[in-house]
Ligand binder design. Structure first.
Ligand code: WT7
Length: 670
């Protein structure tokens, strides 16, 4: 059992920062979709007074329905149905709706591939709405031809290339449910996800480029398809076909009858593909994310509510207009890539930029070069990247013309005020508002955020609730706490883009999100509201870590470590890290007869890489003779966190730590 999350004590960003406020400029407000506090208040009050009326009106106004809905919300806690009786197709709302308008021939996606190590520029591709529509239809027909039917699950395991968006949209075209797996996950992770959702198909590529190297995606898929558990269960038995995109041209093996080349399959595919009529509540996608226990959970999102959330927030939070070049730097393997690279921008007729590579390859000015080259107007990235840019130095952004930028966004973890100020000054030249957006895989779209042109910002605060959202900070009893008091962040009422459950596990859904605080959705985050009602998110208060914006469950890393033959027991905790926000520290006790060594440490890191993926490799592995436990046998994580944050052990890297001392210090259960 995980320990009960406790309300964080203190550790908030310096109160001093609250006094520092940045008001939107008159010029920005004047041109914004929503440009005054009065206009905002009017809409906000309506959304809070009668949320169902508000969401109903928005759903009618924003989305194209194939069949109108009869009821806005049917709520049987914790199960929500939004826009009951309605039918719509996501690809129609993202693509067809723009055909026959001036938008048809503007760029929907602008893509740049990773440049070569010798500095040779990366490939470039632009797809207009009309072209994207055609590619989506053709690929939709390929899916159908391979036997994919509405409701079938399809795994997408691709690099950041336009085909990732095409594959997602093609699934929505025919009503299949996609589950995108980030390219940084291992064969084992792919197999686990296939098994959990019973996917019929995997869409992958012969490889992806990353910092000059090639990620062997197809090879990982081949391995995933062979994995059997110790009981002989074939994890990926449900997969009948694999579609392979040619990206790198590297040699891979293709199995006849199972594996098919993307380019060969689309050759004869028709460019018309009638859109499936999907129930508003039909599953749209599953995205796996880490929790505090067990294997990753399949977060389930459904059609109508999700799309409304993604569309509305993209318009208001990013003030997205058709003239913008909008760049969200997230990979489509994460929810940010779903809502703010693909669905939100396209539903609004925006131009979304996709970049395949890393921010510092071949040089640390990649991002600024791209901003300059494409005249990017809106940039949405993560604090971990911002801190890295700060470290690399101002000379890299200063080499480029960033004057096209008009709005900056941040997401993924709390942004420290120093990074905020740097972003504001060095990148935004004090002209661009910053939107610090709080949300989660589960929430589907942004819930707490400033609105540019309206909300005065404070560095480090995600500020206020979005329309129709009811966040509150509560104590252990679930009661609202006074201002300036820390507590748990909950959402009091359902919202359209909320998760509909965990794939195949309603019990776990209830237990994880709806049992912690009665009648409310529990976010897992600690928070405080200041005197102005602004929200200051502290970060996770459960056993989930945020490493460089990636969500990693300590339990998952622990079970990966314990699955290694040398390991007896392990406990994984986070320690603050200047760049990554948090770093992973693993305490490991070894089986009798095994001696610690630096080779073993490296082996264990590789083992975790193989079990979960490179993103989960511990930054630090510490061998211990015993793990400190409470009398009831629970590992004392709080102590381990303190030990982990302390000075690193110098000298002999294989020293055993005597952590048993700690358990003697505390006679109380942790
Ligand atoms: C967790 C969700 C959906 C965004 C990408 C991450 C943390 C996210 C912020 C922010 C402070 C933030 C929270 C949250 N988080 N954005 N602006 N300020 N914390 O999605 O992987 O589902 O992680 O990321 O701790 O619970 P995710």
């Amino acid at each position: 059992m995980p320990e009960k999350p406790s309300v964080p004590a203190g550790s908030f960003t310096s109160v001093l920062n609250e006094k520092r406020q940045f008001k939107p400029s008159a010029a920005f407000s004047k041109a914004a979709h929503l440009g005054s506090e009065a206009a905002y208040q009017k809409l906000y009050r309506e959304s809070i007074k009668s949320p169902e009326k508000f969401w109903g009106r928005m759903a009618k106004q924003e989305l194209i329905w194939q069949r109108p809905f009869k009821k806005v919300l049917q709520w049987k806690e914790p199960f929500a149905k939004w826009f009951v009786g309605g039918a719509l197709n996501v690809s129609v709302n993202c693509l067809d709706r723009h055909l026959g308008t001036a938008t048809a021939n503007k760029a929907a996606l602008i893509w740049e591939g990773e440049p070569a190590a010798d500095g040779k520029p990366g490939e470039e591709r632009t797809l207009t709405y009309q072209q994207l529509h055609r590619e989506v239809c053709r690929f939709g027909n390929v899916l159908k031809q391979k036997g994919i039917q509405p409701g079938d699950r399809v795994i997408i395991y691709l690099p950041m290339v336009p085909e990732a968006a095409i594959a997602m949209l093609a699934c929505t075209r025919i009503g299949a449910v996609h589950s995108v797996v980030f390219g940084g996950f291992s064969a084992q992770s792919v197999a686990d996800r296939v098994q959990d959702c019973g996917a019929k198909m995997i869409i992958t590529s012969d490889g992806g480029y990353r910092r000059g190297g090639v990620v062997p995606l197809k090879k990982n898929v081949d391995d995933a398809l062979e994995i059997r558990t110790s009981e002989g269960i074939h994890l990926a038995a449900s997969v009948s076909s694999v579609i392979v995109l040619r990206r790198t041209g590297h040699e891979i093996s293709m199995r006849t009858g199972r594996d098919f080349w993307w380019h060969q399959e689309i050759e004869h595919a028709a460019s018309e593909c009638p859109p499936a009529r999907m129930d508003s509540e039909a599953p749209l996608f599953i995205l796996y994310t880490s929790g505090s226990t067990g294997k990753p959970k399949g977060i389930l999102h459904s059609t109508g509510g999700y799309l409304l959330g993604a569309k509305l927030t993209t318009r208001y939070v990013f003030d997205l207009k058709e003239s913008d070049v909008y760049w969200c730097t997230a990979d489509v393997g994460w929810v940010t890539g779903h809502s703010y690279v693909v669905y939100g921008p396209l539903a609004n007729g925006g131009t979304s930029l996709m970049y395949e590579g890393a921010p510092n390859f071949p040089e640390p000015d990649r991002f600024w070069r791209i901003v300059d080259k494409y005249r990017v107007t809106i940039l949405y990235t993560a604090p971990t990247a911002i801190r890295a840019f700060m470290k690399w130095g101002d000379q890299w952004p200063n080499k480029h013309d960033l004057s096209s930028l008009r709005l900056l966004g941040s997401v993924g973890e709390p942004i420290n005020p120093e990074a905020w100020m740097w972003y504001f000054t060095v990148i935004g030249k004090k002209r661009c508002p910053i939107v610090d957006t709080w949300w989660q895989t589960e929430t589907g779209s942004i819930l707490i955020t400033p609105l540019p042109g309206v909300t005065p910002t404070k560095p480090g605060s995600a500020t206020r609730a979005f329309f129709g959202i009811f966040p509150e900070v509560v104590d252990e009893q679930g009661k609202g706490v006074p201002r300036n008091t820390g507590g748990k962040l909950v959402i009091r009422k359902p919202w359209p883009s909320m998760l509909r459950g965990l794939w195949g596990d309603n019990e776990r859904y209830k237990q994880v999100y709806w049992s912690e605080v009665k009648g409310s959705y529990f976010t897992g985050d600690g928070c405080r509201q200041d005197k102005d009602g602004y929200f200051w998110i502290v970060g996770r208060i459960d056993d989930v870590l945020n490493v460089a914006g990636h969500r990693i469950g300590t339990a998952e890393v622990e079970s990966a470590l314990v699955s290694h033959p040398s390991v007896a027991e392990s406990a994984v905790v986070g320690r603050p890290d200047e760049l990554k926000g948090q770093a992973l520290v693993a305490f490991v006790t070894l089986k009798t007869g095994v001696t610690p060594s630096s080779q073993l440490r490296e082996q264990l890191r590789q083992h975790v890489g193989k079990e979960i993926g490179p993103v989960a490799k511990p930054d630090d592995i510490r061998f211990a003779d015993l793990l400190p436990k409470t009398r009831s046998g629970k590992i004392m994580r709080r102590f381990l966190k303190q030990v982990a944050s302390g000075a690193e052990i110098k000298g002999d890297t294989t020293t055993l730590e005597d952590l048993s001392v700690l358990s003697k210090l505390s006679s109380q259960d942790d």
